[in-house]
Design a binder for this molecule. Structure first.
Ligand code: NAD
Length: 481
């Protein structure tokens, strides 16, 4: 069985413990590879390598660092088919999605920061004739980067690319649930000739590897994407150590649909914002609020379209809904569907597992599920489910829609559908979220700030904000007289 290896000091190595964890293929429910069960000893080796590489890498000219990142981007593009297949097998997502979104966007991340660093500038503040201040932006040091399983290579590279571009060296940990493309990335870095120790990838469990990175006394900065509970734990460890922290956490995003929207556009995009990647995108709009006058029509059309979605083998071209990522996650989602029923919800479609045949009979498949009849304050509408489950709720006024939209502890993304320009801007202005999509969803310009408010996170990724995060500003004041 294939063994994934750690990438430390430029080499692919076994974990110090020589022990491994099973890696499951969610589409079959079978173990298909082994993940290093690394611990703090591996993290220490990775740290030592990153620490040794830092002085040289941090003063490597930007255009040279850029060339490495662009080389990695082009190798990802060249290996698109192989990486997309690996992502689909590891995660359960439709191959088509991995080919069109995950892997191209991972390449874009390296491309974007490989070029972005060339345009990164810092401020100067003149005190007229008496003095001038200028700000140096210097790489912070060894960065700890920890990522989740839902968009594995895409979100892993979203952290690593700006860190490396800024001149940090990195100790990174992908999710133990989906480690394969991070492993393939380490092969790509070797092929690209990335200097040894600049990027180190340690595989294993969050409680062991992740915790060892977060609590390492010489790793001054942690960039984390994952669940809110994990983020709170990380903050409790890292904050008293005065580490720089970027936390991209959970969401429970509203999708607000006004009667004056472009209906067909709204309906087809809402299918995606509800169920793409089996609903396992932190930006999915899982609470759908619909203006009362079109509620019944929307409900009928949405249910009819959802029933047509093909749940099937992630490798088939026709499949729209693949497997959810793991057995425990499947059970968590099912438990929320039970909760919704207990809370008085009506399941309009889905609500159950889907049993496929042959090799796929033990895979983790769920029918896309729509629930109505719930109060916006109930747990189903307040807690992140992170699966192919959405609720629909009618509203009568804009104020009511906003009140429901803003009622959770989360504030990551939101979607608004209306052709009324004034209303679109007004609602965007009043939504408590880091991201508002008007008449679209998941449209991303990598220069824009990415992140959430309230318990959806702290800080922003994207654009120069990420380069700011991985560098420390130093003000130099020069007296002129
Ligand atoms: P998770 O919090 O369970 O795990 C995320 C990562 O943290 C994994 O690599 C895990 O091994 C590691 N980890 C776990 N415990 C740790 C600890 N004690 N110390 C250090 N690291 C630890 O999240 P998940 O289940 O992998 O991902 C799903 C969650 O991620 C959802 O809540 C989703 O909304 C969120 N997410 C957020 C964004 C965003 O940009 N805001 C993007 C994608 C996913």
């Amino acid at each position: 069985m294939e063994k994934i290896l750690n990438y430390i000091n430029g080499k692919l190595v076994e974990p110090v413990s020589k022990t491994y964890i099973d890696n499951y293929n969610p589409s079959t429910g079978k173990v298909y590879s082994l993940i290093p069960d690394s611990d703090e000893k591996d993290v220490e080796l990775a740290y030592q390598a990153a620490h040794a590489a830092f002085p040289e890498w941090s003063i490597t000219p930007k255009d040279k660092r850029s060339q490495y990142l662009l080389k990695i981007a082009s190798l990802i593009e060249q290996k698109l088919d192989k990486l997309a297949l690996a992502e689909s097998i590891d995660n359960g997502k439709p191959l088509k999605l991995a080919k069109s979104v995950d892997i191209p966007r991972a390449a874009s991340n390296f491309h974007f920061y490989g070029t972005g660093i060339l345009h990164y500038a810092s401020h100067s503040h003149s005190m007229e004739n008496s003095a001038i201040n200028y700000t140096l932006r210097q790489p912070v040091g060894v960065a700890g980067c920890i990522s989740p399983w839902n968009l594995p290579l895409y979100l892993f590279s979203w952290k690593i690319a700006p860190a490396l571009a800024a001149g940090c060296t990195v100790v990174a940990k992908p999710s133990e649930v989906t480690p394969m493309t991070a492993y393939l990335l380490s092969e790509i870095c070797i092929e690209a000739g990335l200097p040894v120790g600049v990027l180190n990838i340690v595989h294993g469990l969050g409680g062991k590897v992740g915790n060892a990175i977060v609590s390492h006394k010489n790793i001054p900065l942690i960039s984390f994407t994952g669940g809110t509970t994990t983020g709170a734990h990380i903050a409790s460890v890292a904050a008293p150590m005065f580490k720089k922290l970027s936390l991209e956490l959970g969401g429970k995003n509203p999708n607000i649909i006004f009667a004056d929207c472009d209906y067909e556009k709204m309906l087809s995009t809402t299918m995606l914002s509800s169920f793409a990647n089996q609903g396992q995108i932190c930006l999915c709009g899982s609470r759908i609020y619909v203006e009362k006058s079109i509620y019944e029509k929307f409900k009928n059309d949405f249910v009819a379209k959802t029933k047509q979605l093909i749940v099937g083998n992630p490798l088939d071209d026709n499949t729209r809904i693949g497997a959810v990522v793991s057995k425990p996650h499947k059970e968590k989602i099912l438990s929320y569907i039970d909760l919704a029923k207990q809370e008085g919800g009506t399941v309009l479609c889905g609500g159950h597992e889907v049993k496929l045949e042959g090799d796929l009979k033990d895979g983790y498949y769920l029918a896309p599920t729509i629930i109505e009849g719930l109060s916006h304050t109930c747990r189903t509408n307040q807690e992140e489910i992170f699966g192919p489950v959405v609720t629909i709720t009618p509203f009568e006024t804009e104020e009511q829609a906003l009140e429901m939209a803003n009622s959770t502890k989360y504030g990551l993304a939101s979607v608004v559908w209306t052709e009324n320009l004034t209303r679109a801007h007004r609602v965007a202005n009043n939504i408590h979220a880091g991201i508002v999509w008007i008449n679209c969803w998941l449209l991303r310009d990598l220069r824009t700030p990415f992140g959430g408010v309230k318990q959806s996170g702290v800080g922003r990724e994207g654009g120069f904000e990420a380069l700011d995060f991985f560098t420390e500003p130093k003000n130099v004041c020069v007296k002129l007289k």
